[in-house]
Design a protein around this ligand. Structure first.
Ligand SMILES: [Zn+2]
Length: 273
């Protein structure tokens, strides 16, 4: 709705000044900066909106790694002084994806649009799974033999004090716990502690298990949430600001997953798509 109003306003400005709507689009410099900010490079060029340290060192206790930052290097490694592009290494391993209970057309839409945008296969699609989510933080994932991946789920977006999101990414259904990642050479590895799965939740139910939705997510919101998992961690013009997904957002994702920009490439050396 907000977007419609702004476009209406823009249309009248265009009519008066004669400039084109293309002026609304990112330049290559804008794309480069949005990649660096959204990927949370850990320096001061943009504020960290997650309220987390971007880079940390994972700690090991009782055989389990814990990461309190967004990205962690393994214990006894050092946090990089000038971090590079941090992404999933899809060249070596496709990202396993599961659908909880059903095929929702927004799940496939998001996956298809991302693969179309970046021009390569990104996902290993495992289809529909069933999990008991009555205890969201104590789910038995043992039947999913990939050891990690993305779970798309309908009706499990987070609500806090009856304020609900239409969609969100988390470590569990009905949760706003932010996934954190162990990295090796700037490749995102599965979430640091516990089960290793990242949840993409679309639509908020009146209460867990209810068939009544209080918030529903658009197709573009589904792509938006998937892009968060892929490494776009903050918002910018055309990625939540004014629109959930846009040409600008698509260019940022394309740049991040362009074959010529491998994990760890310095931001200044990226090819801009
Ligand atoms: Zn977002």
């Amino acid at each position: 709705m907000k977007h419609t109003i702004q476009m209406g306003l823009l249309a009248s400005i265009v009519a008066i000044t004669g400039c084109t709507v293309e002026d609304d689009k990112f330049t290559d410099e804008d794309v480069a900066r949005a990649v660096e900010c959204s990927n949370q490079n850990g320096r001061d060029i943009c504020r960290n909106p997650l309220g987390l340290d971007t880079w940390g060192v994972a700690t090991l206790s009782n055989g389990e790694l814990t990461c309190r930052a967004l990205y962690c290097v393994s214990p006894f490694s050092e946090v990089p002084e000038y971090p590079g592009l941090t992404v999933w290494d899809v060249e070596n391993r496709l990202i396993p994806v599961y659908f909880l209970d059903q095929v929702d057309k927004r799940f496939n839409y998001a996956l298809d649009q991302v693969e179309l945008a970046v021009g390569r296969t990104m996902f290993e699609r495992h289809g529909v799974i069933n999990l008991n989510i009555d205890a969201p933080t104590d789910i038995d994932y043992s039947r999913l033999d990939s050891g990690g991946g993305i779970i798309f789920s309908q009706a499990t977006a987070v609500c806090n004090d009856s304020v609900c999101s239409s969609s969100n990414v988390s470590t569990a259904p009905y949760s706003d716990s932010i996934p954190r990642y162990i990295t090796t050479d700037y490749q995102k590895i599965w979430r640091a502690s516990g089960h290793g799965f990242v949840w993409v939740n679309l639509d908020a139910a009146e209460y867990p298990g209810s068939d009544t939705m209080v918030k529903t997510a658009s197709e573009n919101s589904a792509i938006h949430e998937l892009a968060h998992v892929l490494g776009m961690h903050s918002h910018f013009d055309g990625f939540s600001r004014s629109e959930a997904w846009s040409h600008n957002a698509s260019r940022v994702l394309k740049t991040m997953y362009y074959r010529g920009n491998p994990p760890g490439v310095p931001y200044f050396a990226m090819y801009i798509r």
